[in-house]
Unconditional design. Structure first.
Ligand code: 5AD
Ligand code: FES
Length: 348
């Protein structure tokens, strides 16, 4: 008990732990509350009480990949595929701005019909609206990442999923772990704010691997880290796998805040799919970002990474009002700025 609290206090003060210390806290159920309390204080101290809302536009569910857990995998014939037009995407961004979002996240499967020139045109039109733009369209060449950046993209989300190369290549067949690391470093070099993260609960993943994930996020100085538990999808080869451990994921969020105090850390949709009001719990455990969906109509349901996705019957206006109310009820507030990554402690 005392040793555990000493470790947590030291992490909250120095933002340093070694792999075995991280692993001991990750696997300790009884550490969860104290970890969350310490992470909540560090979150307050470094990034404040503002919660940044990012409007998520799921613009295509067409994907060339075969990830064994993901409903968008190209081998899945059970979902209806769709692709929004550039005009439709720009219109959703304009509506997102109308709801008071300051960032839009353009997310899709790895859909190569969205060539660099097409995506650059979309990015330029959205940047003209004074919105921050986050891209999440998977692995592309250095030249394409450079073109997106020059068109105005500010941030890029590309989860590493796991830093264990063998585990990654087992569950993302056809993909190269070295290539994924290279993409992440390319994005950093190009001056993006880079988001990475872990899929918690991949079969064969160990707490030691998750500890190494956290150390790698520290090492690359990740600007954003998004993590969520595996939610088995019956239309995929991992449909009968055990779900990821929600509590382990929560402890990982808290450890991330202690060790990357300046990072933007979302309370992810998957955390709320597993536990009602899960996003509030995570916002009180170190997180400071939420990504409400601004996709409209039936496209929400069709963008089915995993079953049980929340808000499929809600409108963008519903989600914006819902999250605003919930954030205020927690004694926090919806941040009014674009929410770029912090450097150093918050000015008082
Ligand atoms: N359960 C939870 N998260 C998933 N993702 C994909 N499929 C699943 C699933 N079945 C996550 C991956 C990916 C992100 C967009 O969604 O981590 O990076
Ligand atoms: Fe969608 Fe609550 S966030 S309805």
């Amino acid at each position: 008990g005392e040793y555990r609290q000493d470790l947590i206090d030291r992490a909250a003060r120095d933002h340093v732990l070694n792999a075995s210390e991280i692993e001991s806290l990750l696997t300790d159920d009884e550490a969860e509350k104290a970890l969350a309390a310490a992470a909540d204080r560090v979150r307050q101290e470094f990034v404040g009480d503002g919660v940044h809302l990012r409007g998520l536009i799921e613009f295509s569910n067409i994907c060339r990949c075969h990830c064994m857990y993901c409903g968008l995998r190209c081998d899945n014939s059970k979902i209806e595929r769709y692709r929004l037009s550039p005009d439709e995407i720009v219109e959703l961004a304009d509506k997102a701005r109308g709801y008071g979002y300051h960032t839009v996240v353009l997310q899709s499967g790895e859909d190569l019909q969205f060539t660099a020139p097409v995506l650059c045109g979309i990015i330029r039109r959205i940047k003209a609206m004074d919105l921050a733009v986050t891209l999440s369209v998977g692995e592309r060449s250095y030249e394409e990442y450079q073109a997106f950046r020059e068109a105005g993209a500010d941030r890029y989300l590309l989860r590493i999923e796991t830093t264990d190369a063998a585990l990654y290549e087992r569950w993302d067949p056809g993909m190269s772990h070295a290539r994924r690391i290279q993409c992440t470093l390319d994005l950093k070099k190009l001056g993006y704010e880079v988001g990475t993260g872990t899929l918690v609960g991949l079969p064969g993943q160990t707490p030691a691997m998750i500890a190494r994930d956290i150390l790698w996020y520290q090492q690359i100085d990740a600007d954003m880290v998004g993590i969520g538990p595996l939610i088995p999808n019956g239309d995929t080869p991992l449909g009968k796998a055990a779900p990821g451990d929600w509590h382990l994921t929560r402890r990982m969020v808290s450890l991330l805040r202690l060790l990357l105090p300046e990072a933007n850390i979302p309370a992810t949709t998957a955390m709320e799919t597993m536990v009602p009001h899960g996003r509030e719990v995570i916002l009180n455990s170190g997180a400071n970002v939420v990504m409400p969906n601004v996709t409209e109509g039936d496209f929400r349901r069709k963008y089915a990474l995993y079953p049980g996705k929340i808000c499929v019957a809600d409108t963008p206006a519903d989600c914006r009002a819902c999250m605003g109310g919930r954030i205020r009820a927690m004694g926090r507030f919806v941040a009014a700025d674009k929410g770029f990554r912090h450097h150093g402690r918050r000015r008082q």
